[in-house]
Design a protein around this ligand. Sequence first.
Ligand SMILES: [Zn+2]
Ligand SMILES: [Zn+2]
Length: 238
Amino acid sequence: MHLHSCLSPCGDNDMTPYNLVNMAALNELDIIALTDHNSCKNCPAAVKVAEQVGITLICGMELCTDEEIHVVCLFPTLEAAMEFDKLIEPLIPNVPANADAFGDQLIMDDQDNIIGRYDKLLVTAANISIENVQKTVKQLGGVAFPAHIDKSSYSILSSLGTIPQECEFKAVEISARGDVAALKSQLPQLEAMPLLLSSDAHYLEDINPQRAWLMLEKPTAGEVIKALSDGCVEFGRG
Ligand SMILES: [Zn+2]
Ligand SMILES: [Zn+2]
């Protein structure tokens, strides 16, 4: 539920929509989400590849809020994601992309052709508060959850020290090496929430083979969003 393409400044240029979807298919994943930093502009290509390959691609974004908190936002359709992209774009500061210090921020088509380079740096904080993220995403039929909450930077715990009720998060993501037991004792509300252990993959070799599962009516973006919105879902690993 958390993959970066070559559009993310920190995403490897080999993480083209074509490559990342095919790598996920090789690893027998049924559903993946593309969540570039502050942008959904490689989702159109990724959706096309996923349709060809026969897996479900959820269009998403890893948004950086003005508190420097990363939040994963998932949408039911490409159209909803692109609507969100349009809302966020003016909120991204006008800092020029710097391909020497960061990546090329490539926008691709579904056949590995470069169709553009995004010119504002995508690792800056967008001018939206953490409290407004879930409300905005929900209006578009999506769901948002705080990313890698255990990390010492760009996480809700490093920034706020807790997960405020008013943010309305019903699921959280923990980084692959996160200590789930320690987090649960610190935050009892996690007991009742789906905890996503992320790959947060920036390189093709970081896309893990199938290990986690969610019980869904059908493998669609809508069903995943429903599962992560009401906190009531059967899930597991193995
Ligand atoms: Zn992040
Ligand atoms: Zn990430």
